[in-house]
Design a protein around this ligand. Structure first.
Ligand SMILES: Nc1nc2c([nH]c(=O)n2[C@@H]2O[C@H](COP(=O)(O)OP(=O)(O)OP(=O)(O)O)[C@@H](O)[C@H]2O)c(=O)[nH]1
Length: 127
């Protein structure tokens, strides 16, 4: 099986890095993650991130450099996560498809239940 290709946004503000919590009824419900989602056919990672951030948070973003790439096997299958530095183009966020969102100072990231695949990203952010 090919891994699921997933994009994730690293968005920084003066108060921290943006985390979102997965809604009830989704895989890994209640866990925290970086906003983003699965790459759709024909889409570039940048297009995917812009679409997902609008769908989930009504947040327009500018997509920058790759921050980290992670391959991880869950018991249900593998993911290839492409994490990009992104810049929020609005201050307003709406929790459209997430349970909640939070701006988390890097040193507090280890206190959150973040998806296992994101561990290398969290390490790099807290380093
Ligand atoms: N968005 C996001 N997904 C992640 C991260 N880390 C991680 O393991 N994943 C996994 O990657 C997959 C992304 O799927 P998703 O359900 O968020 O994507 P989506 O919005 O396109 O899905 P849907 O439209 O089917 O609901 C999930 O299985 C999720 O568990 C992360 O930091 N951000």
């Amino acid at each position: 099986m090919q891994p699921l290709i997933v994009t994730a946004a690293i968005i920084r503000s003066q108060t921290g890095i943006l985390l979102t919590r997965r809604p009830e009824g989704s895989r890994h419900a209640g866990m925290w993650e970086f906003p983003g989602g699965k790459l759709e056919p024909g889409e570039s990672p940048e297009q995917c991130l812009r679409r997902e951030l609008l769908e989930e948070l009504d947040l327009p973003v500018e997509v920058g450099q790759v921050f980290e790439v992670v391959y991880h096997r869950y018991d249900w299958g593998a993911v290839l996560i492409l994490a990009y530095e992104c810049r929020a183009l609005s201050r307003r966020i709406r929790n459209l498809e997430v349970a909640e969102h939070r701006w988390v100072p890097p040193k507090e990231l280890p206190e959150y239940d973040i998806l296992a695949a994101d561990a290398p990203i969290v390490r790099k952010l807290t380093f």
